[in-house]
Design a protein around this ligand. Structure first.
Ligand code: NAP
Length: 455
């Protein structure tokens, strides 16, 4: 895949880059390894100061970085700036919390003293997606670096400007050369990289295919991995729900990043008794969304990131209709616009055997389902290969408890949308991946949990 920055709102090629030569890659790997051996000894407060500087740069220049993200992958400028602010938040969070998370943990045993000490593993590879080109990188890199690892970023090939800007931010914040480096590489070169003995672990956020391929190679070479993959998150609305609030949140939850988020609500599962009202409210809200130039502050929905995403979602909706589903709003790409725009779309009456019922839909398309009761809602919610997040709306404590216990997902949000937050663990089960990012759990993924026994 070519490494190029292309404005998805216009199709204009902004710039192309040559991938790293084998010699350039080798020197970056050697530097990452060499830096690790002295950087791992830097005290945590020193690393924290450097990470706070990263946060300060992000906040001071959020408008510039936001503009770059929008022009490179199409999310609205306001959401791109919010992403930069959130990236600063995760840096500040780990700068403040890492000391506590990584402090020796005393455990009584038959020793005079026994405890756990947390030590870094070495060079960690971060393979990242384009849909949150800053946030995904910082949420992976901030804990890995605070733990004393060094990080190599292989970003998605369509966001090289973001990838290079992030490397520059670490340099400007005074991080030692080699602690964070960007590798401009196509995905076909990841496998060899994973096999390199200097690489000690890898995190991948992206598709199931990419995750499976990286994990297979990592498994062969016995390397630790964390995978954050796709999702088809349910958004369950039961009879007692606050309907206006559920509808307003449903729109935000579906449209985040122009609908291209792993934790976007994708399947709206509504109890029959309130389904008509929910459907009418959702249709009206989707019709009111303004699609257009993502740099315009009035715009709600920008373009999809690539022509491939546009083609995929167009085909998924077409296939659903062919299988018997009904389009309530939207449903086909614009013929009169440049760029990769797809309209806000609602599909209902989806037959259980239609592929779209269980696939991930990565764009502004909501799938509507009606169910008679809670048991049917849970069964449908759990009926995909994914298990990332779930949002459920009910004021009944017994229903809340049943949802919490029975939804097969990495997170359940009651009366709110699924979101990531530096303080809360984030990750999935089933084909949504394994391992956790964020919180204490996230920083413990790429450390040696070393048991110490002393008499
Ligand atoms: P993708 O094709 O898997 O790309 C993601 C990253 O993986 C890119 O850097 C890509 O590089 C690389 N890659 C692709 N194939 C690879 C392979 N065989 N081996 C190693 N690396 C490979 O993903 P996408 O379709 O662009 O992104 C959307 C997907 O990411 C969705 O499924 C979404 O749900 C998921 N996602 C998950 C989370 C989460 O936290 N769970 C968050 C965001 C997105 P190239 O660009 O060079 O191909």
């Amino acid at each position: 895949m070519a490494i190029a920055s292309i404005n998805p709102a216009t199709g204009e090629v902004l710039k192309r880059w040559d991938p790293l030569s084998p010699a350039q890659l080798e020197s970056k790997l050697a530097l990452a390894e060499a830096t690790f051996w002295h950087y791992r000894l830097a005290p945590i407060p020193q690393r924290a100061v450097a990470l706070q500087k990263v946060a300060a740069i992000l906040l001071a220049e959020k408008a510039t970085f936001g503009q770059m993200i929008t022009v490179e992958m199409g999310k609205t400028l306001k959401s791109a700036i919010a992403e930069v602010e959130k990236s600063a938040w995760v840096c500040r969070y780990y700068a403040e919390q890492a000391g506590e998370f990584l402090a020796d943990h005393e455990i009584s045993s038959d020793a005079s003293r026994s405890f756990v000490r947390y030590q870094p593993l070495g060079v960690i590879l971060a393979v990242m997606p384009w849909n949150f080109p800053f946030w995904q990188v910082f949420r992976c890199a901030a804990p890995a670096l605070m733990a004393g690892n060094t990080v190599l970023l292989k970003h998605a090939s369509n966001v090289p400007q973001s990838a290079l800007a992030i490397e520059e931010i670490f340099d400007r914040a005074g991080w030692p050369a080699g602690s964070f480096q960007t590798l401009l590489l196509g995905s076909e070169r990841v496998s060899d990289l994973v096999a390199d003995p200097r690489l000690k672990g890898a995190a991948l956020t992206g598709s199931e295919a990419a995750g499976s391929s990286l994990a297979a190679q990592a498994g062969k070479h016995l390397k630790k991995t964390v995978l954050e993959l796709g999702g088809s998150d349910p958004f369950i609305v039961l009879e007692s729900a606050d309907l206006p609030q559920a509808i307003a949140t449903a729109v935000t939850a579906r449209m985040i990043s122009n609908g291209q988020s792993c934790i976007a609500a994708k399947r709206f599962i509504v109890q029959e008794s309130v389904a008509e009202a929910f459907e009418q409210g959702l249709v009206a809200a989707f019709q009111a969304l303004k699609v257009g130039d993502p740099l315009d502050p009035e715009t709600d929905i920008g373009p999809l990131a690539t022509p491939a995403m546009l083609q995929e979602i167009s085909e998924q909706v077409k296939e659903a209709v062919a299988a018997g589903a009904t389009v309530l709003v939207g449903g086909s790409p614009y013929s009169d616009r440049p760029g990769y725009f797809y309209p806000p779309t609602i599909v209902s009456g989806i037959p259980a055997q239609a592929p779209i019922a269980t696939q991930e839909v990565f764009g502004p398309v909501a799938l509507l389902f009606r169910v008679p009761d809670l048991a049917a809602a849970i069964q449908l919610a759990n009926g995909t290969p994914f298990g990332l997040g779930a949002s459920a709306w009910t004021t009944q404590p017994n229903e809340q408890e049943q949802l919490i216990n029975e939804i097969a997902a990495g997170s359940v949000f009651i009366n709110g949308m699924v979101k990531s937050d530096p303080r809360l663990p984030f990750g999935g089960i089933k084909r949504s991946g394994y391992g956790r990012e964020l919180s204490r759990e996230g920083i413990l993924e790429f450390v040696n949990i070393k048991t110490i026994w002393v008499r």
